[in-house]
Design a protein. Structure first.
Length: 325
């Protein structure tokens, strides 16, 4: 049986997908072409910060002297106040080779406005100019800085979640492993992974039609991130979290992915490890939709459902810090 793309999604996404008509697909290892394609999408969307959300951009020095941008989103005038509040450290998508936090300010700020949970989004450096481990270490630098500023930002450090989409899901999962293995205290209380890009081996294939991020895109992203080591046995779990075997000590896991997403099977295998380890896990597989469906068709029924499921998990962070949204 061949799985078909949901027709409601096709209609809802047609304004975005039609912009690809006549556009030549970038070839293998064409990072520049993919960056230009992403830039075209985001410029057409013109993302803006949601009204009622305040954005401040901080520049944090990294060990190699780079000034790392960290975007801080918070509700401008919160209706409730408490001694401390939860927060999310967030990493954006883009295949490890493209995009920036600026491309997602509308989505992140909407989430902050609805849930009331502040977000620190790390504008990590991109491959191939900055291959592994630089992007991940940028995320670590952002996390350490965020914790160091807990008093300033009124953070409850026992109620910090990590969240990311696609490549950002990779970095979020990898950062969770770093927090465990570097024995950071307190650890994350939740990880929220949206169609995460977890496995450089690309061995588990899609089970239906792939209309967005495909195997050529994926090979390009991983090669840029890992170079010639892609697919080798010595690729570390911090580069490709799907390779982890022992998930003991990791926080509760939330994963969502479309059934027509190239990453669906590898994400399912990742979730299986958490289930076997007895870790609280929530998984949503949405039928008929591809990678990035919520970006291509935000008005689609499944996109709205996915947002509500995400927001429900995020709102629970208020309970962890003794406050109900």
């Amino acid at each position: 049986m061949v799985l078909d793309v949901d027709q409601e999604f096709v209609v809802a996404a047609s304004p975005m997908l039609s912009s690809l008509d006549g556009v030549q697909k970038p070839g293998l290892h064409d990072v520049k072409g993919r960056r230009e394609l992403v830039a075209g999408f985001t410029s057409a969307l013109n993302p803006q910060v949601a009204k009622g959300v305040k954005l401040e951009i901080y520049h944090i020095p990294t060990p190699d002297g780079y000034q790392l941008p960290v975007y801080h989103f918070r509700v401008e005038h919160p209706t409730q106040k408490s001694a401390t509040t939860p927060a999310i450290i967030h990493m954006h998508g883009g295949g490890l080779i493209s995009a920036s936090v600026a491309d997602f300010v509308d989505k992140v700020s909407e989430q902050v406005l609805i849930t009331g949970v502040q977000v620190f989004s790390v504008d990590y450096r991109l491959a191939p100019e900055y291959p592994y481990p630089t992007p991940l270490e940028d995320c670590w630098t952002g996390l350490i800085w965020m914790f160091s500023q807990a008093e300033k930002f009124n953070l409850d450090t026992t109620s910090i979640a990590v969240m990311g989409e696609s490549a950002g899901g990779n970095l979020s999962a990898a950062l969770t492993l770093l927090v465990r293995d570097r024995k950071m205290t307190p650890p994350f209380c939740q990880q929220i992974l949206i169609a995460p890009m977890l496995d450089d081996r690309n061995a588990l294939k899609a089970i239906g039609q792939v209309i967005t991020w495909d195997e050529t895109d994926n090979a390009t992203g991983w090669a840029a991130y890992l170079g010639h080591e892609r697919g080798n046995d010595d690729v570390p779990i911090f580069a490709a979290p799907a390779r982890v075997e022992n998930v003991d000590g990791l926080p509760p896991l939330y994963v969502e992915v479309g059934q027509l997403d190239l990453f669906m099977m590898e994400d399912l295998e990742y979730v299986r490890k958490f289930l076997h380890a007895g870790i609280e896990t929530e998984l949503h597989i949405y039928p008929g939709v591809p990678h990035g469906f919520h970006l291509f068709a935000p008005s689609h029924t499944i996109s709205k459902l996915a947002k509500e499921n995400r927001w429900r998990v995020i709102r629970k962070l208020h309970h962890n810090s003794g406050k109900i949204a």
